[in-house]
Design a protein around this ligand. Structure first.
Ligand code: AMP
Ligand code: MN
Ligand code: MN
Ligand code: MN
Length: 285
């Protein structure tokens, strides 16, 4: 039954393809009963998503996925059950979004340098909320610079490639502070994607816990089955609860379909243990 809980998803407020209303409808159609909308660096989709969830009789949790720089690497920290009106969170996210505009200009200038012009205006045409690399990717694919999003990232949008522009996101401590201060739960998103190596992973988990982090994603659309087991072990080692989510961004975006998550590995303590929303949805906690 826990495959019907999805605690990581995106709408057009960040880089998803569905509006909050469409996303919730899609989740409901795929059997999801409890979901969190976790747009990158923005909570603007939550009121609309809440209304849609009411209509479909599913539970919608307030979430966000915050971009963080930790030891020169970009990490994503999900906040679950946050108060979207908590002033430090509101202000912190606004500052990150302002930084995104500057970074987009930098990305566009570096693409200009390799003869790809018009990417700033182009990317903004795909953006309905924040501006992200995904919007540049959509522009570049539609202009024929690569076949699909995956290829375009590899060729242009990752470290060392012409459209990559170094950027300083929020501090880990700040992001956790905004989440926890608002009454939410801080979760490391897709820890298997950071390519940290064991030593740095242990350092991150240690520091995250010391700063008030409570959970890590074990089952996510971007982990392999082996990584489910690996991060279940890390969760146990550090006493973290386990979270799960598809990281759904819309059709054709890779990752995972909603409502199809495998069960958490045995021995995990689900982050939703004891949540009234899960009981309300008729699911076992
Ligand atoms: P940004 O926060 O602007 O750096 O954009 C990051 C987003 O780009 C992620 O949340 C993903 O949705 C998307 N993304 C990152 N890497 C890839 C990839 N290799 N293929 C497809 N999408 C990606
Ligand atoms: Mn994304
Ligand atoms: Mn992410
Ligand atoms: Mn995500």
């Amino acid at each position: 039954m826990s495959s019907l809980i999805d605690l990581h998803s995106h709408s057009t407020v960040s880089d998803g393809l569905y509006t909050p209303t469409e996303l919730v409808a899609h989740a409901a159609q795929h059997g999801v009963r409890v979901m969190a909308l976790t747009d990158h660096d923005d909570v603007a989709g939550l009121p609309e998503a809440k209304l849609a969830a009411k209509e479909h009789g599913i539970e919608l949790l307030a979430g966000v996925e915050i971009s963080v720089t930790w030891r020169k690497r970009t990490l994503h920290i999900v906040g679950l059950k946050v108060d979207p009106e908590y002033p430090p969170l509101v202000q912190g996210l606004a500052a990150i979004r302002a930084g995104r505009h500057l970074r987009a200009q930098g990305m566009s200038a570096s693409l200009d340098a390799v003869g790809i012009h018009g990417s700033l205006e182009g990317a903004y045409q795909y953006a309905h909320g924040i501006i992200s690399r995904t919007h540049f990717a959509r522009f570049l694919v539609d202009k024929g610079y690569a076949k699909d999003t995956k290829k375009v990232f590899k060729k242009y949008l990752v470290k060392g490639k012409p459209g990559y522009f170094e950027h300083q996101w929020a501090d880990l401590a700040e992001a956790i502070g905004w989440i926890v201060g608002s009454g939410g739960i801080a979760v490391i998103a897709h820890p298997g994607r950071y390519d940290l190596g064991r030593t740095n992973m242990l350092l991150l988990l240690e520091e995250f816990r010391a700063l008030g982090g409570k959970a890590i994603e074990v089952v996510t659309g971007s982990h392999t089955a082996a990584q489910y087991q690996e991060f279940a072990k890390f969760a146990k080692m550090f006493g973290f609860a386990a979270s799960q989510g598809s990281d759904y961004h819309g059709p054709g975006h890779g990752y995972m379909e909603m409502g199809r998550l495998p069960e958490l590995p045995s021995g995990c303590v689900p982050v939703w243990q004891g949540w009234p929303e899960v009981a309300n949805a008729g699911l076992l906690s």
